[in-house]
Ligand binder design. Sequence first.
Ligand SMILES: Nc1nc2c(ncn2[C@@H]2O[C@H](COP(=O)(O)OP(=O)(O)OP(=O)(O)O)[C@@H](O)[C@H]2O)c(=O)[nH]1
Ligand SMILES: [Mg+2]
Length: 322
Amino acid sequence: MSTEALVAAALAGDRRALARLLSLLEHGGPAAADALRALYPRGGRAHIIGITGAAGSGKSTLVAALARHYRDRGATVGVLAVDPTSPYTGGALLGDRVRMQALAGDPGVFVRSMAAREARGGLGPATDAACAALDAAGYTRILLETVGAGQDEVAVAGTAHTVVVVSAPGLGDEIQALKAGLLEIADVLVVNKADRPDADAAAAALCLLRSLGPSAGWEAPVVRTCALSGEGVAALADAIERHRAFLSASPDGVERARQRARAAVLTAARAELDRRLEAVAAAPVHLALWAAVVARERTPLDAAEALVQAVLASDPTGEPSA
Ligand SMILES: Nc1nc2c(ncn2[C@@H]2O[C@H](COP(=O)(O)OP(=O)(O)OP(=O)(O)O)[C@@H](O)[C@H]2O)c(=O)[nH]1
Ligand SMILES: [Mg+2]
């Protein structure tokens, strides 16, 4: 099937074509670029919701619960689980198998895991491309789960319209979140596992931490959820919708769109530069360069400069130009 036909089939609702399209986008290269060119003008309607936070806080369970909630209200849902280390498989994809099984076979839900090895935070050009594909295919809510907490997780703000930072009582997450800069990117703060006795204390701690930060414009609400029972999930969805409304009605939304675009372009540019750098470095002509560094005739920094010059002189396929 040609790329054009694949895109057409995916947009017409063929799920297997969509799955193949996502693989093609993940793989990258000229076919992916062609596909994305066809997809991009068709998107812009989906609301992308980043779900991030500490490992084990219940992100996957919450994603499943949110997906169910959106389905009950007639919205179509795309789910992207991004794990930089271990690709999930089928049933193990989301924490709550039962909930996801209830969604399996529902044509209004499309679940995909991505083993985005290439980028910080597990997010890369392939993630942006996958969002664009799900968006163009008509999924109106895209849930993007990133794994673990850490500095890299901040990258989700470059892709998502609304960032939900999930913590749970007893994990010491409030402090961890602050350290990792997650508090700064949070549009909605969730204390999940609200069925636990120390949930109130965790929520109070988060409210306190939030009050220490800047509060111009949007102040992230703190929502308590129990993803297992579904309690609080409607309130979370409400908070997300309020943030969506806020974005569409304020200059912050315009600025944020610009920042997202910038992040997407820089992410893609970095990946492309890296690809071309690797291609150029693989040319035998550079063996002399490594040898010069071994012989201490050149510093790695000076050799790097020579390599950068070679990249700049190369054509986009990565071949050094004659
Ligand atoms: N008590 C309680 N347990 C929960 C709740 N939500 C999730 N869990 C449990 O917490 C554990 C971790 O849930 P996951 O949804 O896999 O958490 P996660 O944040 O996606 O985990 P990673 O993706 O590994 O970082 C599972 O055993 C869930 O059943 C909740 O609201 N209450
Ligand atoms: Mg998970």
